[in-house]
Design a protein around this ligand. Structure first.
Ligand SMILES: Cc1cc2nc3c(=O)[nH]c(=O)nc-3n(C[C@H](O)[C@H](O)[C@H](O)COP(=O)(O)OP(=O)(O)OC[C@H]3O[C@@H](n4cnc5c(N)ncnc54)[C@H](O)[C@@H]3O)c2cc1C
Length: 415
């Protein structure tokens, strides 16, 4: 079977790329090993898909090369995706901080993308395993061979221009001119996530930045887990910092450790062995407040004072660690220590919950190996990488989908 383009991965980036390239009259085959397309879209945003962020800028992304995402993001904006969603009459709302969610189910976004792809004549093969990818002209070894045989660089360039790929699948083999890898990262393997994209990148000699779980809950050491287990389910607004980066959002205590948006965000910056700092009452100078309270209501207990600022269970647990029954009995040093526990609680997580629950993967195909304009591999013309498989990782809040849409469109413009 011959097509112009094979796209592997019918997720967010793959479907967007297929739909856009299809409108240019290219013959496109979109392949996925899962039985349904866009499974991560379906479960995203708690089932309502936080499909973009109105305030998305390159600053919302982590990458070894922070400039790489700029070109694609500037050419497909959040408004472009909103226009598409509006054309399908999908109702949406802003939750907070520019995060846009469907009013109804995420499946609407999947259906929209499938419809766009089918309208553009894209053929979709689901439940199809890719067994082998072969490119005689472009594999690094053969490129060297071609060069040696011809004795000229021009001949090699000519060979590349005519190059193509043979994709062997569980259905049949396909010859294509261009191949797009859109298989995401390995987070949430039970959703069909794999590291297949990295294997293909390695096959073509592309470097991989070590993939690690990101936007992932952090776990307590055994020493902290036991005393803090009664806090499971408590949530509060908090500022979580790691070195120069901080996020002020909700924090959630779990049976294993810490979660909630603030912790998921900081997890993308955290490495094993690092400390994080929690300010449990952001913008409230606790030492000053404690000193004032000691003066005005000296018989107040630490627990009663703390419950003005913290959820009851948390106030009770922190107060239980105090030796004093009344604020009047506390020295400045004791007040200062208590204030530090609230404004600057330093925690060394034991680890993260790993790829099992991580929303995304940080790292991936090294952007140095790709064109930021087209997503094409510099060393393997005709081969493209888009979406999460690339070393571009967004903050929580719709940025990862915006990268999937924008990188998919940037690639499609070159197909
Ligand atoms: C629980 C959860 C909630 C999320 N919520 C949000 C949110 O609200 N907003 C947001 O911006 N981001 C969210 N994300 C992140 C977002 O889902 C991803 O960043 C985005 O889906 C990446 O798009 P992608 O197309 O690169 O990869 P994916 O959407 O993961 O698509 C990859 C596709 O490739 C297929 N595939 C993998 N391996 C193979 C193989 N060997 N052969 C064939 N096919 C293969 C997979 O089946 C899949 O269909 C969430 C992620 C999770 C896990």
């Amino acid at each position: 079977m011959n097509v112009d383009i094979v796209i592997i991965g019918a997720g967010a980036a793959g479907m967007m790329c297929a739909a856009q390239a299809g409108t240019k009259g290219r013959r496109i085959l979109l392949i996925d090993h899962a039985d349904k397309p866009g499974e991560k879209i379906r479960i995203s945003g708690g089932g309502r898909c936080n499909f973009t962020n109105q305030f998305c800028t390159p600053k919302n992304f982590l990458s070894n090369n922070p400039h790489f995402c700029k070109s694609a993001l500037s050419r497909y904006s959040p408004q472009d995706f909103i226009d598409l969603v509006n054309r399908y009459n999908i109702a949406w709302h802003e939750k907070s901080k520019g995060q846009l969610f469907c009013d109804g189910k995420s499946q609407q976004i999947v259906d929209m993308l499938v419809n766009e792809a089918e309208k553009a004549g894209v053929q979709i093969w689901l439940g199809t395993d890719v067994l082998d990818i072969h490119c005689p002209q472009n594999s690094p070894k053969n490129r060297v061979d071609t060069c040696i045989e011809s004795g000229s660089e021009n001949h090699m360039a000519e060979g590349n221009a005519r190059s193509g790929f043979i994709v062997t699948t569980s259905r049949q083999s396909i010859n294509c001119e261009k191949l797009v890898i859109a298989c995401g990262g390995p987070s949430i393997p039970k959703m069909g996530a794999t590291n297949f994209g990295y294997k293909i990148a390695a096959q073509f000699g592309l470097n991989i930045i070590e993939p690690v779980p990101a936007l992932v809950p952090l776990t307590f050491t055994d020493k902290l887990k036991e005393p803090l287990k009664s806090l499971a389910g408590v949530s509060l607004d908090c500022k979580v910092s790691h070195e120069a980066v901080d996020f002020e959002e909700a924090l959630l205590f779990t049976h294993r450790g810490l979660s909630g948006p603030a912790v998921l965000q900081i997890s993308s910056y955290w490495s094993a062995g690092d400390m994080i700092t929690l300010d449990l009452a952001p913008r409230t100078p606790m030492f000053e407040r404690l000193k004032t309270a000691r003066e005005l209501s000296p018989r107040q207990s630490p627990q009663s004072f703390l419950s003005n600022y913290l959820p009851a269970r948390l106030a009770q647990m922190i107060a239980a660690g105090q030796k004093f029954d009344r604020l009047a009995d506390m020295s400045d040093k004791a007040l200062c220590n208590l204030a530090l526990m609230i404004n600057s609680w330093m925690v060394k997580p034991a680890g993260s919950e790993g790829f099992r629950t991580a929303e995304v993967t940080k790292g991936g195909v090294d952007t140095q190996a790709l064109s930021s304009k087209t997503m094409e591999a510099k060393a393997a013309p005709g081969l493209y990488f888009i979406g999460e498989v690339v070393d571009v990782t967004g903050h929580l809040g719709g940025h990862n989908f915006q990268w999937a849409w924008a990188s998919g469109v940037a690639c499609a413009q070159d197909l």
